[in-house]
Design a protein around this ligand. Structure first.
Ligand code: ATP
Length: 365
C-alpha cells in the first residue's frame, strides 16, 4: 500500500513542491505560482523553506531524507534560486541545488533559448524566428562534482586541483537525451528540429573531449535523420552573437552549458527571461529559472518574474498540461508586446505587478 501522501486527492492532480530559496527567488516564485493557479492547472502546492534564512536559523540545508521525500511525494519541484551574502561559504546553495541535481540524478538541464520580441535582442536585424534553440547541459558531472583538493594552501607553493569528471554512462545518456529531444520536439513555428551540435573543447581537453567525441559519433549513427555538428566552445560563443539562426539543439558539459546559457540569455532579453528544467525522464524533475538569487536587486520588487513564469510553463508541459503551458507562454508574449514588464525588458511594472498582469491575462485566456 502506498502512503496517503503519495496519492493526490484527485487522480489527475499533480503535486508540486515549491522552494523559493533566497533573494529574488522569494519574489519571482510566488508570481509563478499565482500564474499556474490562474491557468486552472490541476495541481496542488506544498511550500518548503529551504534556503539561507533556514540555514542561518537552525543550520539545516536539506532536512534528513529531503531529496528522497521530494522524489517520492511530488510530481515536480519548482525552485527559485539559492545564494545569500550572509552565507559566505554558499554551503546551503551547494547542498540544496547541487544536491537536488546530483542526488535526484537530474542529469539533463534543458534550457530553451527563445526571443519573444525583436526589441529584446541586442543583435541587429534579429527577429523572434531567428532565435529558437535549446541547450541541453549535462547536469551531474564535470567540474561541478567538486572533486579535487588543495595542497599547501596559503603558501607560495599552493597547488589547487579541480577534477573534470566524465563517465561513459553520463556522457552517453546526455548525448542520447539531446538526440531524442531533437527527434521529438518541433520549433515554435512547427517545423521539425533537425540538428544536434556538440560543443566541447576537445582540442585542449583531450581526454574528456575524446570520450565526448567518440560517444557523439556513435550515438549520432543511431539517428540518421538528424544532422550531427560540432563546435569548440570558444567558436560557439562567437557564432552565437554573429548568427544565432544556425543553432537548433546544442549538447554540452556542465560548465560550458552554464556559461553559454548566460550568453544565450542575453539574446532573449537577459537573465530575467530565461527558463530551465532539470530533468530525469520518468523521475520527479526540478524546474528553476536560469538566473540566480541576484542579491543587488533582491527585495526591491524589480526582478523580472518572466523567467520563473516561463519555467512554470515548462514544468506544466513536462507534466502533460500543454494547454495550460501554452496559455501562460502566450500571456507572457503579450505582456512583452504590450510592455507590461519590469524595467530590465523595457517596461515600468514591478515584479508583483508584472506577475499579476500575466495571471490576469491567463485567467481570461
Ligand atoms: P549565480 O551565481 O547563481 O548565477 P548571481 O546572483 O551572481 O547568481 P544572477 O542572479 O544570475 O547572478 O544575476 C546577475 C545579475 O543579472 C543580477 O545582479 C541582476 O542585475 C541581473 N538579473 C538576474 N536575474 C534577474 C531578473 N530576474 N530580473 C532582472 N535582473 C536580473
Amino acid at each position: 500500500m502506498s502512503s496517503p501522501k503519495k496519492q493526490p486527492q484527485k487522480p489527475t492532480c499533480k503535486r508540486i513542491a515549491v522552494i523559493p530559496g533566497d533573494g529574488i527567488g522569494q519574489e519571482v516564485i510566488p508570481q509563478a505560482v499565482k500564474v499556474i493557479q490562474a491557468s486552472g492547472a490541476d495541481v496542488e502546492f506544498a511550500d518548503f523553506d529551504w534556503g539561507a534564512d533556514r540555514y542561518l536559523r537552525d543550520s539545516t540545508t536539506v532536512p534528513p531524507g529531503g531529496f528522497a521525500m521530494l522524489g517520492r511525494d511530488f510530481d515536480a519541484v519548482l525552485v527559485g534560486a539559492f545564494g545569500d551574502p550572509r552565507v559566505k561559504s554558499n554551503i546551503h546553495a551547494k547542498e540544496i541545488l547541487l544536491g537536488m541535481r546530483f542526488q535526484m540524478d537530474l542529469y539533463a538541464n534543458v534550457r530553451p533559448v527563445r526571443l519573444l520580441e525583436a526589441a529584446l535582442c541586442p543583435l541587429k536585424g534579429i527577429e523572434p524566428k531567428d532565435v529558437d534553440f535549446v541547450v541541453i547541459r549535462e547536469n551531474t558531472e564535470g567540474v561541478y562534482t567538486d572533486a579535487g583538493g588543495v595542497f599547501k594552501p596559503g603558501t607560495p607553493d599552493e597547488i589547487a586541483i579541480q577534477e573534470d569528471i566524465n563517465t561513459r554512462m553520463g556522457v552517453e545518456r546526455i548525448i542520447r537525451y539531446a538526440f531524442e529531444f531533437c527527434r521529438t520536439h518541433t520549433k515554435l513555428d512547427g517545423s521539425p528540429r533537425a540538428k544536434v551540435l556538440m560543443c566541447d573543447k576537445s582540442n585542449a581537453m583531450t581526454h574528456a573531449g575524446g570520450l565526448w567525441q567518440r560517444v557523439f559519433q556513435e550515438v549520432s549513427r543511431e539517428y540518421p535523420q538528424i544532422t550531427p555538428q560540432h563546435m569548440y566552445v570558444d567558436a560557439l560563443c562567437l557564432q552565437m552573437v554573429r548568427d544565432p539562426r544556425q543553432f537548433d539543439v546544442v549538447v554540452t558539459n556542465n560548465m560550458f552549458g552554464d556559461i553559454i546559457t548566460d550568453l544565450a540569455a542575453g539574446l532573449q532579453g537577459g537573465l530575467g527571461m530565461a527558463a530551465s528544467g532539470n530533468i530525469h525522464p520518468g523521475k520527479t524533475s526540478m524546474f528553476e529559472p536560469v538566473h540566480g538569487s541576484a542579491p543587488p536587486i533582491a527585495g526591491k520588487n524589480v526582478a523580472n518574474p518572466f523567467g520563473a513564469i516561463l519555467t512554470a510553463a515548462m514544468m506544466l508541459a513536462h507534466l502533460g498540461m500543454t494547454r495550460e503551458a501554452r496559455k501562460i507562454e502566450a500571456a507572457v508574449l503579450e505582456a512583452v508586446r504590450q510592455k507590461k514588464t519590469t524595467e530590465d525588458v523595457g517596461g515600468r511594472l514591478g515584479t508583483r505587478e508584472a506577475g499579476e498582469w500575466v495571471a490576469d491575462r491567463v485567467s481570461r485566456g
